[in-house]
Design a protein around this ligand. Structure first.
Ligand code: AMP
Ligand code: ZN
Length: 319
């Protein structure tokens, strides 16, 4: 069979678009579909519209988009804008040498090219320590520390800027691999939060994941068609992260049985109801006031640990 190897996968030269019957350029095995570029964009936007219907938002609600400079969050920002939502981007410079500079530049360049508003913050200013500082001072898993800091600061900054909705670029692969990890380890409390929408509470913005129906590869294709330049490297601090191992295992299953990832995630979500605000912890951190299951929230506990350690280092030098 003669193959037309496009950058979007292997397609026979005569393949027709499933939607308009024109020449297909995109091959999506998990959907048993081929698309021309225009129809792929319709498919992509429909997947986001379908996700947005699941979230109890009003059409005019402003959305703060958490922008990392990677393909997912830039595609998210682009598609929400195309669908007519009012958005503002928010980028946190995490202080990861080399990677953070590139991430900031990609976010800035995208905002400039589309004439979109983007706020910048730095973790060092917000928290007193960059991710590099934290990595060199603690033995904790850096990816989970980073995730916790991002969640809390994205929320705090969105509220500070007057937004009650934060959108992140988590995609189907992220959600399916996280679900796999949590099921394998029987992490019930994490499973309770395995929903692409978390409700707002006083002082807490709702969190939405509008790309949860789209695979990583579909987002890559969208960026290519829409000419979006993004940071292609993985975060250098995430090398060896267990989330990558779960993702690779799912990729293997997907390559043998296309559609496995979506069946796994969507099948699970069908058994769940959207979480309501009374199911989330009502306790507040006694230091910073953030919603927390414990008296002191995770972020303040890390800060205490880092500060104490600093104190010991300074004392050690003086004596
Ligand atoms: P990650 O935790 O790197 O898998 O990223 C998940 C999502 O969090 C991204 O799609 C973004 O929406 C958001 N995000 C990650 N890093 C940043 C950052 N430095 N600033 C703002 N949002 C971020
Ligand atoms: Zn706290």
């Amino acid at each position: 069979m003669k193959l037309n190897v496009t950058s979007y996968g292997r397609l026979p030269t005569y393949a027709k678009c499933t939607r308009c019957k024109g020449k297909a350029l995109v091959h999506l095995p998990s959907h048993h579909a081929n698309f021309c570029n225009e129809c792929f964009l319709v498919f992509f936007r429909n997947a986001v519209k379908r996700a947005m219907k699941l979230f109890p938002l009003r059409p005019r609600d402003p959305i703060m988009v958490a922008v990392s400079g990677g393909k997912d969050s830039l595609a998210l920002w682009s598609v929400l804008t195309e669908l007519g939502y009012y958005t503002k981007g928010l980028h946190i410079d995490l202080g990861i040498p080399g990677f953070s500079e590139a991430s900031r530049e990609a976010s800035k360049q995208f905002a400039r090219s589309r004439n979109l508003e983007l706020s910048f913050y730095s973790l060092k200013d917000l928290f007193g320590f960059s991710l590099l500082d934290i990595r060199s001072r603690t033995h904790r898993m850096i990816c989970s520390v980073c995730g916790m800091l991002k969640r809390q600061f994205l929320n705090r900054l969105a509220i500070q800027e007057g937004f009650s909705i934060v959108a992140t670029g988590h995609n189907l692969d992220d959600e399916a691999s996280r679900l796999m990890g949590n099921i394998l380890r029987h992490r019930e409390s994490y499973l309770a939060k395995a929903y692409p929408y978390l409700p707002a509470m006083p002082g807490v913005a709702s969190r939405i994941k509008p790309l949860f129906r789209l695979e990583s590869e579909e987002i890559r294709i969208y960026c290519q068609i829409q000419n979006i330049s993004y940071v292609k490297d993985r975060c250098p601090f995430s090398k060896g992260a267990t989330s990558h191992i779960f993702l690779e295992s799912l990729e293997f299953l997907e390559s043998k049985m296309p559609g496995t990832k979506r069946d796994f995630l969507f099948g699970y979500l069908e058994t769940k109801r959207p979480p309501t605000s009374d199911e989330t912890p009502g306790e507040r951190c006694s230091i910073c006031g953030a919603i927390s299951y414990r008296n002191i929230c995770g972020v303040c506990r890390i800060k205490e640990e880092l500060t104490k350690r600093d104190g010991r280092i300074v004392k050690g030098k003086a004596t």
